[in-house]
Each structure stands twice: as C-alpha cells, then as structure tokens.
Design a binder for this molecule. Structure first.
Ligand code: DX5
Ligand code: ZN
Length: 219
C-alpha cells in the first residue's frame, strides 16, 4: 500500500482551505509544526491544527519539529490528528510518549533526522505505528533529497519486516518524481511531498503521478 501525503508547508497559509481541496486524491495531509527551537523555523501550532481539523475529514499527519514533544504532542492527538510524529532526538521518554499518543487514539510515529541511526531504537518499533526517516534536515521545504538516507531506509525496512505488524515507513523531504521511486524500492510506503505537489500545475495530478511511480517501483 502506497500513501501520498502532501505537506501543507508548501501551500499558501492564507488559503489552506483551497490547498486542502486541491488534493482530494491524497491519502492524508501532512502538517509541519515547527517551534523555532528544534528547527530554525516557525510555522503553526495547536489552534491552526484545530482549524484544519474542522475544515476537512482527511487524515491529518502531524509532524512535530519541536523541543519537549513529551509535553506538547498528546494535545495534537486530542485535537483529532490521526497520526502524531515526534522526533526521537527531542523526546525524553519516547516509549511513554508513544503509549500516550496511542491512548488518545492517534497513531504514534517517531521521526529521525538524517544523521540519527535507527539501530538504537530497534526495540521500540513495536510501540510505534510509523517511522519517519527525514530525507532532508528538517526545518524547510524545497530542499534537495539526501541520497545518503537510502541505506538507513533499507535497514529500517528490514527491522520493520522482522517486527511484523503494520508499521508504516515514511520519508519526508525532497520527495518528487525524481526521487519517489528510489524510496519505494528501498521499502517506503508513505510519502510526504510538499513543493513537488503544491508547486505543480495540478496538485492532485501530481499526487496520482507520485503514487503511480511509487507503486511501480515497490512492486
Ligand atoms: C521539512 C518538512 C517537510 C517539508 C517537505 O522539515 O518536514 O514536511 O514540507 O517539503 P518538500 O517536499 O518541499 O521537501
Ligand atoms: Zn514534515
């Protein structure tokens, strides 16, 4: 199963409603929360997430690029996000946090920056519903895909296959028609795409194209 999740970071923040309506074929909407501490950029917080929640029934995939997710992440689950991703580099108690997210009805997801290895966290995987391997340094859209992340994606896929269950494997950063196939071939099933989707003439056509390429490459 391939999931394409457009990142609203690349949309017009003054017209989020029309951005949402421009990708009806997407499997979910990726919402980037940045606090200007964990990353050198500032986006949106809980009030905006609540407004997005009220505006659409689509799956909301919240990516928290914040310090102290232990304190702030559960509120995003309570606000109705179907998936909440915290960065393991920022989490003080990732197992407790993952359990708190699941207890609030959300999928619990853990993100790794490009230089963070997966191996120290292998035993945590049964606590998770998704692993996000960042393929750029988090903080900004429109960056170049980092090929150096592909071996880690393959190793994560192998670990997840060993664990079994239905843990999704997501990439975020520089995903486009140029890079989506490499990721799918390495075992990714969930693709965040910001500038490639919202920079396209027809965002929904791009969603369909990314899905087609990913499906073909993962088959
Ligand atoms: C970057 C964000 C991404 C961003 C990706 O830190 O986490 O979700 O929107 O943008 P593109 O797809 O343009 O690289
Ligand atoms: Zn993101």
């Amino acid at each position: 199963m391939v999931r394409i999740m457009p990142s609203l970071l690349a949309a017009d923040f003054a017209n989020l409603q029309s951005a949402i309506e421009s990708v009806p074929g997407a499997d979910g909407l990726h919402v980037d929360v940045m606090d200007n501490h964990f990353v050198p950029n500032l986006t949106l917080g809980l009030p905006v997430l609540e407004s997005i929640r009220a505006a659409t029934p689509m799956m909301l995939d919240v990516h928290l690029m914040i310090t102290d997710p232990d304190r702030w992440a559960p509120a995003f689950a309570e606000a109705g996000a179907e998936s909440v991703t915290f960065h393991v580099e920022a989490a003080a108690a990732p197992v407790r946090l993952a359990r708190e997210l699941r207890a609030r009805g959300a999928r619990a997801s853990m993100a790794l920056k490009p230089a963070t290895p997966i191996e120290p966290y292998a035993d945590l995987l049964p606590e998770l519903d998704m692993v996000l391997i960042m393929t750029v340094e988090p903080g900004f859209g429109g960056q170049k895909f980092l090929d150096l992340c592909l071996p880690k994606i393959e190793r994560t896929r192998a670990l997840l296959d060993r664990v079994g269950g239905d843990v999704w494997l997501q990439v975020d950063g520089g995903v486009s028609v140029e890079t989506v196939e490499r990721c799918a071939a390495a075992g990714v099933d969930s693709f965040v795409a910001g500038s490639s989707v919202f920079g396209a003439d027809d965002p929904d056509v791009m969603v369909t194209e990314l899905r087609r390429l990913a499906l073909a490459a993962s088959a």
